[in-house]
Design a protein around this ligand. Structure first.
Ligand SMILES: [Zn+2]
Length: 323
């Protein structure tokens, strides 16, 4: 009995030890897995046989990581972890869903152009450190620490956007707008999705559509702002959206959401013209803004409801929105 008991204890010990080994191994593997995106941000790959390079996540094409430079197309992939070798063997279409959005299809055309220059060769892919590197291409841990912890820059727009009580999709749009990173045609030109001849404003004769032009200075946008009593300075820029002078009926507390509502509807009007051929209409634009004003009222605390009701004054509606 004693021997059997000892043997059982010994077995338990072995299992416990084995179990803790695998638990430790799994947790270490998980911890290392979390570092992979950082590792990819710091490195660039010269592709050899393409077997150790991520098609979507690694920086191996001139435009950088495809998951960032072709984000719309990446959202259609069926193989987010495909290697370059697998993607080229299957063809890019082989790792994509059958139907693509319009932007995704444009990004695919641009990628095909880059891929024509790629030829896989014998030998392993060569990865080099392009950020936080010191002598002999060694990783500088101090620089990496600063990059991860101290590299942030405070944005004057952060509170204006993210504390505005606008719906989250509108705040996200507002954030991209202040950074001039919405998909206006200057952005598409930079990504080589359109050429210079196709980079003009879809609503006027301007030869380059920028975020600034679309939201503030396009004649269509200027008429809208003027109609609602907002005087847009000639040098106004979307990065200073929080400085746009508001009419008297807009309260300080609700001005951030009101400004984003206006930009959001201007963007939707622009997209309706681009994708559906709908002609801009100021009365319709004002009505859609009033509809949103009514919908968004419940997002504000009760003491701020009169402030939201004030939106209807400058949007040409009634002081009291329909309940
Ligand atoms: Zn325009």
């Amino acid at each position: 009995m004693k021997a059997a008991s000892a043997s059982a204890c010994s077995g338990c010990k072995t299992r416990a030890s084995s179990s803790s080994f695998f638990t430790g191994f799994t947790s270490r593997r998980a911890a290392l897995g979390k570092l992979v995106p950082l590792y990819r941000c710091l490195t660039r790959v010269a592709v050899g046989d393409g077997r150790r390079t991520s098609f979507w996540h690694d920086d191996w094409l001139p435009g950088g990581s495809l998951s960032i430079s072709a984000a719309a197309l990446f959202s259609h992939t069926t193989s987010p972890e495909a290697t370059v070798a697998q993607a080229l063997a299957a063809g890019v279409d082989g790792i994509l869903a059958p139907r693509l959005s319009r932007v995704g299809a444009l990004e695919l055309d641009a990628i095909r152009t880059s891929l024509r220059e790629v030829t896989l060769v014998e030998g392993a892919d060569r990865r080099s450190l392009i950020r936080c590197s010191g002598p002999k291409n060694k990783l500088l841990t101090g620089a990496l620490y600063k990059l991860c912890n101290l590299g942030g820059v405070s944005s004057t727009n952060a509170d204006f956007i993210w504390r505005s009580r606008a719906p989250s999709r509108v705040m996200f749009f507002g954030w991209l707008l202040t950074l001039s990173r919405v998909q206006t045609r200057d952005t598409l030109l930079r990504k080589t999705i359109v050429d210079a001849a196709g980079a003009g404003c879809p609503l006027c004769d301007a030869t380059l559509e920028t975020a600034n032009h679309m939201a503030l200075h396009c004649p269509v946008a200027a008429r809208f702002w003027s109609m609602i009593g907002v005087e847009v300075p000639q040098d106004a820029h979307v990065r200073d959206l929080h400085l746009l002078p508001m009419p008297p009926s807009i309260t300080v507390e609700t001005a951030p959401a009101f400004t984003q509502l206006c930009c959001w509807q201007l963007w939707k009007q622009r997209n309706a013209a681009v994708f559906r051929g709908t002609a801009p209409s100021l009365p319709l634009l004002l009505k859609l803004c009033r509809d949103d004003a009514t919908l968004w009222r419940g997002r504000f605390p009760v003491p701020q409801h009169p402030g939201v009701d004030g939106w209807h004054v400058c949007l040409g509606g009634t002081q009291n929105p329909p309940s």
